[in-house]
Design a protein around this ligand. Sequence first.
Ligand SMILES: [Zn+2]
Ligand SMILES: [Zn+2]
Length: 193
Amino acid sequence: MKRERLIGGAGLMQIDWDKTIDEILADKMACPRCGSFTNEIVAGYTREPWGADYAPRCQSCSRKEDCDARKLVILCAGCAGELQLRARPVDQVTLMTMLLNDCRKDLEECLDYLIEYWQDDLDVSPEDADKRLEEFDSETFAEEDEARRRLEEEYLTYHRWFREHGLRISEPGWRADYAEELIAHGYSTLLGD
Ligand SMILES: [Zn+2]
Ligand SMILES: [Zn+2]
């Protein structure tokens, strides 16, 4: 596989982060860096590798030491200041919306790759241009498919959270557009009907 996948690390949150999210829901969170309890959580994005330790969506990242993915990091305000992270205070809903949108971006990237971008990535010659990825390179397809399935499961955890809390999901049409596009190309998705 040629492509440097940024989403390799994205997956279901592990135990610690489940707990952290629970704490956020309870409006008290231990900062993942300094451990102090705070009710002012801040969130921001960084590409710096240190962010991997404080990024809920990077917990199973396979290249934490040099992860340069754009990571959504949550910290206490003090730590964010020390690390010079541009961050803003977030409440539960804002944070969950940020996670949801982050997950959507990764899914869109998967979709684009599956439908089209793999041809550039794998230097497909014109005579193979009509092939689908699964015909051209079944191993890469399997990896892509697995990565996409993990992201869709992650998406559903956020979706359920909004439902359980009786909250509106922002841009709900996104899901239908995504699913329709995949289905139109003959692929299945956990986000379909
Ligand atoms: Zn802290
Ligand atoms: Zn990572």
